[in-house]
Design a protein around this ligand. Structure first.
Ligand code: ATP
Length: 455
């Protein structure tokens, strides 16, 4: 089996209920509600010790494939606060609105673009059938103020989408890095939206993280690069999923397309929430650079060094969510496996790709009251820790320790037993198949490194 194939036992598992993931996330330290002791804030979350490891791995794998592995792509990290004119140029001040309706009977609130067509046509609540109010508009930008003196403070915004920084830095990057078109700029960063209906755990938050590529091309090469990145991003998501059949493209209809866009696709993933957007592949043409040229008075057009042709670059955008990736991967990986022997040995497993698993290996002495076992196990743990995230665990019996590691997705457990003291070999147990092999300690580092580091 290659690393990206899914094991036989997780071929056709049912869609995982969201409450299982919410509960596991809190219990095992992946995600906590923010400010929980004060009653929490809707749509804002914190990441715990395992969550931050998983999140870092997800980010690093994206950066590795998008930036490190493309000679024509570089990265930036822009600020969260920008000049307020940026959001006028981008159209967000005027157009970044959700239209909302309330049910007069059950008082639930809905985004009109999330309602089934028949409910909109009949002005009927999808939950109780009650009458809906007239739609009202809400701007999603989060306001903030720069300066301390009342009356001199400047109103600006926490960025509503991370990608605007890329347009703002485009000229600096192109000149300072001597990039020639076609080339791309990547960024991972926080975005803030006053979502009026934050819900479904990490799926729709008010503070979240996006990853963007803006790829700048000559207009005649737009289609070929659009097709390249569309396919590349699809394959990227497939490479980390168990349920690859739950991934698909959805092409935007003509009524959804921006006026400058010839095409747009969402990469969607099927969960208990239905088929939902994970990432958007957008044909942005010269809209962004032209608007910023117009609003700032700084000409962002490009002169081809060979042909001397001057033109406004066109842009292919791929824009996805780190948090939706985090959530979708947990939903994709989670499985409850009943004990085949009918005994009290059911297990919950996270079939996370070994590349992304928060803990790569757990080192377990068979017994904690045998000093030689403990010393050897701690030594192995120390040597592995320099290369990857390793956990040492000697609490409870070995079966329970395996279960605890399965539940957080640790791909390998190394057990130090009495034979280890005789011949310097250990047992390596693999999470999904639960198969065990015996390996010399001297080969352990290479064996694990080969399986948990991406390539
Ligand atoms: P949606 O239609 O779901 O509101 P969108 O089309 O507004 O999403 P974009 O502005 O294209 O989303 O943002 C790019 C990506 O950022 C989305 O594909 C998604 O993965 C992520 N994203 C957007 N809004 C949120 C949010 N409120 N919480 C978490 N992730 C989000």
């Amino acid at each position: 089996m290659t690393q990206t194939e899914k094991p036989a036992e997780i071929q056709d598992t049912p869609l995982v209920p969201m409450d299982k993931i919410v509960s596991l996330s809190k219990r095992r330290g992946f995600v906590y509600p923010n400010s929980e002791i004060y009653g929490g804030v809707a749509g804002i979350y914190d990441f715990g010790p395992l969550g931050v490891e998983l999140r870092n791995n997800i980010r690093r794998y994206w950066w590795w494939s998008m930036v490190q592995n493309h000679d024509n792509v570089v990265g930036i990290e822009g600020a969260i606060i920008t000049h307020p004119r940026v959001w006028e140029a981008s159209g967000h001040v005027e157009n970044f609105v959700d239209k909302l309706v309330d049910c007069k009977k059950c008082h639930q609130r809905f985004r009109i673009d999330h309602l089934p067509e028949e409910n909109v046509a009949q002005n009927k609540c999808p939950e109780c059938g009650g009458e809906l109010t007239e739609p009202r508009s809400f701007n999603l930008l989060m306001e903030t103020y720069l300066g301390v003196v009342e009356g001199e403070r400047m109103k600006t915004y926490l960025r509503g989408e991370a990608c605007q920084d890329i347009y703002l830095d485009y000229d600096n990057v192109q000149k300072s890095s001597r990039m020639a078109i076609p080339f791309g700029i990547c960024q991972i960063g926080k975005a803030f939206r006053n979502e009026v209906t934050p819900r479904n755990f990490l799926f729709r938050q008010r503070e979240f993280e996006q990853w963007d590529l803006q790829f700048f091309v000559h207009p005649t090469e737009m289609q070929q690069w659009f097709d390249y990145w569309k396919q590349f991003r699809f394959e990227w998501y497939k490479s980390i999923l168990n349920h690859k059949d739950r991934l698909r493209f959805r092409e935007h209809g003509s009524d959804e397309l921006a006026h400058y866009a010839k095409q747009a696709f969402d990469i969607e993933y099927q969960t208990v929430l239905g088929w939902q957007e994970w990432e958007g592949i957008h044909w942005r043409q010269d809209w962004d650079l032209s608007r910023h040229s117009e609003y700032s008075g700084h000409d962002l057009s490009y002169t081809d060094p060979l042909t001397k042709e001057r033109f406004m670059p066109w842009i292919v955008e791929t824009s996805g969510g780190v948090d939706r990736t985090f959530l979708n991967l947990l939903l994709d990986a989670y499985e409850e496996q009943p004990d085949p022997m009918g005994k009290d040995n059911d297990r919950t497993v996270l079939h996370l790709h070994p590349w992304l698993a928060p803990v790569k290996v757990a080192v377990l002495p068979l017994q904690k009251n045998k000093e030689q076992l403990v010393t050897t196990a701690k030594g192995i743990h120390k040597s592995l820790q320099r290369l990857m995230v390793s956990q040492y665990d000697d609490i409870q019996n070995i079966g329970r320790r395996y279960r605890r590691q399965d539940e957080i997705g640790t791909p390998y457990c190394v057990t130090v037993d009495f034979q280890t003291l005789d011949d310097e070999t250990v047992t390596v147990r693999e999470r999904d198949s639960m198969s065990q092999i015996r390996l010399p300690i001297s080969e352990l580092q290479m064996y694990l490194f080969d399986r948990v580091m991406w390539k």
